[in-house]
Design a binder for this molecule. Structure first.
Ligand SMILES: NC(=O)c1ccc[n+]([C@@H]2O[C@H](COP(=O)([O-])OP(=O)(O)OC[C@H]3O[C@@H](n4cnc5c(N)ncnc54)[C@H](OP(=O)(O)O)[C@@H]3O)[C@@H](O)[C@H]2O)c1
Length: 330
């Protein structure tokens, strides 16, 4: 695998050039602050009437109306919700400089055709592998978050150099820039969100909690066992890998894990994982996301309300009162 680090990257493609950041949310704010600290000239494009104008000014950066942001910019980064990109691209396209670069931090909008970038543009991807808060925190500590990079259109012949210079300026090359493609970054990311870390794991934790409570065990013990311990596992895996994690636990836990894991993640689970991967690859999820946004996010609103009502949330509130770091309100 091709991993490129700071020393191997020439910052020249962005030196003395302007970057336009569209959106100032999770990624927009973190990437913009890192760029500014790396000495890059930038503007932040926001929709008319946005409350975020004041926040950008308070951070010492320059907000402008979204439709003007790309004027004079060598690179315009689309750091807005993926499902809103069709409309937003339509608004900014007239201002994109001829022969400039258009950038993304996730491949979905380009890969699944939410947008059709103008033919004269370079189209690049620099996708940090984590949330904006951590991207910023690592940068301020002199470290970096790894990122995937890719080019889907190289009109200028310099798209790769622009992507790498951008990855360097947001601090990701300190950890490493990994060569990928829009398709690979997007499909692997959507698959993980649905089947593994963000979809599969929380569903498994709640199913475990419910199984213990249904069997008459206390909600607090069920919460500690099935939900709280996830952080211990994640820390061990981050530090030592999965084999190293197993070395750090008791023989009892290790034997239970090697017997129980495959019994839970059995053939039907793997079959459903492959089905999820296929539906992602075929664009079914991308179509569902666009439809959900067009209808005002009915499913997301319903699921958010239901998640807050789950019995485990009441248990969490009780346990929070036990925390030595929390002032008691009683
Ligand atoms: N979240 C992450 O940690 C993460 C990690 C890796 C990659 N990514 C990718 O990074 C990109 C940005 O994601 P994000 O999570 O940073 O987005 P986000 O926080 O939801 O973006 C919020 C920003 O988008 C603006 N915005 C929302 N809808 C808009 C509209 N219709 N017109 C104009 N502006 C609009 C908001 O404007 P206001 O300020 O006016 O509200 C705000 O500034 C996505 O491609 C995502 O997949 C995200």
């Amino acid at each position: 695998m091709d991993i490129i680090r700071d020393d191997a990257i020439d910052p020249a493609p962005l030196a003395g050039k302007r970057v336009a950041i569209i959106g100032y949310g999770n990624q927009g704010r973190a990437q913009a602050l890192n760029l500014a600290d790396s000495g890059i000239d930038l503007v932040i494009g926001l929709r008319e009437g946005s409350d975020t104008f004041d926040k950008v000014r308070a951070d010492g950066l320059t907000p402008v109306n979204i439709e003007d942001a790309p004027k004079g910019a060598a690179l315009t980064m689309m750091l807005v919700p993926d499902e809103q990109m069709t409309g937003i691209y339509g608004v900014i396209e007239p201002a994109l400089e001829h022969g400039s670069a258009l950038g993304f931090s996730h491949g979905l909008a380009e890969h699944f055709g939410y947008i059709d970038p103008r033919e004269d543009l370079d189209v690049i991807l620099v996708a940090p592998k984590g949330p904006g808060t951590a991207l910023r925190q690592l940068y301020t500590e002199g470290k970096g978050m790894p990122a995937l990079w890719a080019v889907s259109t190289d009109k200028s012949g310099k798209a790769k150099q622009i992507a790498l210079a951008y990855g360097k300026a947001i601090g990701c090359a300190r950890a490493g820039l990994i060569a990928s493609s829009f398709e690979e970054e997007c499909v692997a990311d959507l698959f993980n969100e649905q089947a593994v870390v963000w979809g599969g794991v929380p569903a498994l934790l709640l199913a475990g909690y419910e199984t213990l409570v249904e069997a008459g065990y206390s909600e607090e013990v069920a919460y500690f066992e099935c939900i709280t311990e996830l952080k211990l596992l994640a820390d061990l895996i981050e530090a030592r890998g999965i084999a190293g994690m197993r070395e750090a636990i008791s023989n009892t836990a290790e034997l239970g894990a090697v017997l129980g894991g495959p019994a839970i993640v059995d053939f039907p689970v793997r079959k459903r994982m492959r089905e999820i991967l296929k539906s992602v690859q075929q664009g079914e999820f991308a179509a569902q996301l666009a439809e959900e946004a067009a209808e005002g996010y009915p499913l997301l609103k319903k699921m958010r309300a239901e998640a807050g009502d789950h019995a485990s949330e009441v248990t969490l509130a009780k346990l929070a009162r036990l925390s030595p770091n929390k002032p008691s309100s009683d």
